[in-house]
Design a binder for this molecule. Structure first.
Ligand code: DC
Length: 226
């Protein structure tokens, strides 16, 4: 399938390429980012893992994620070994992550790490909430992936069921709403659409359709910025 072929041409001779993929939880952005990274031969940086790793450190130590001093210290000491996705997927870790992500000092500590990791090698597809607005505001490839809250809750519910958990749909929906509110309302780098980002609504798209849409938009953007 052409979607899995690595495409070399748009990046030949240039500096690192950053593809910013922002959007709310359950929008499909992580799956899309993985496919884009494979297709374009770029690295993949899921910046949510950094916030999750900070929250996990606190939760494992029995510390409330709302403890700003402890969260900042954990963010400043984050090591690559802390970023194993398999250990960071739980809902409690995700909710704790959205609490620590609202802390300016935590975001300040994690900003240079994201810029360094994202720019390694040929560049990366960087996934998060503020990539196009705060971390890599100058990249010409910015996408904001979204979907209706119901579509996102249905996906998250199914994902949890597939993981062998016993989620309650109404609770999944409420937690997503609460997380959206926290991510949008925080004072530093809130989740919002960058002015020059392309918004892709995946409510009615399956993953192949969403991938096809973004791949052709990216080809267009890269041609324009060449
Ligand atoms: O994408 P995720 O669910 O793994 O993110 C976990 C939390 O971290 C989420 O509530 C928002 C926050 N986050 C953020 O504020 N900025 C980012 N660049 C990435 C994630």
């Amino acid at each position: 399938m052409s979607g899995t072929m690595e495409q070399e041409t748009p990046f030949d001779g240039g500096g690192p390429v950053i593809v910013a993929i922002d959007g709310p939880a359950g929008s499909g952005k992580s799956t899309l980012a993985r496919r884009l990274a494979a297709h374009f031969g770029l690295g993949l940086l899921d910046t949510g893992l950094l916030y999750r790793a900070v929250a996990k450190k606190l939760l494992d130590a029995g510390i409330d994620p709302a403890d700003e001093d402890a969260a900042t210290a954990a963010a400043e000491r984050l090591a690559p070994a802390d970023l194993d996705p398999a250990c960071l997927r739980g809902e409690a870790t995700g909710n704790g992550a959205s609490v620590v992500a609202a802390m300016p000092a935590v975001r300040t500590a994690l900003l240079p790490v994201q810029r360094r990791l994202g720019a390694e090698g040929r560049g990366s597809v960087v996934v998060g909430r503020d990539i196009g607005t705060a971390i890599f505001p100058d990249t010409p490839c910015k996408f904001f992936i979204t979907a209706s809250i119901e579509a996102r809750a249905r996906r998250r519910h199914k994902e949890l069921l597939n993981r062998g958990e016993t989620p309650i749909y109404a609770r999944v929906l409420d937690e997503l709403k609460a997380r959206d509110r926290r991510d949008e309302a925080r004072s530093v780098a809130p989740m919002r659409v960058a002015e020059d980002a392309v918004v892709v609504d995946t409510s009615e798209l399956d993953i192949d359709q969403a991938f096809g849409t973004i791949r052709s938009l990216m080809d267009e953007r890269l041609r324009m910025s060449a």
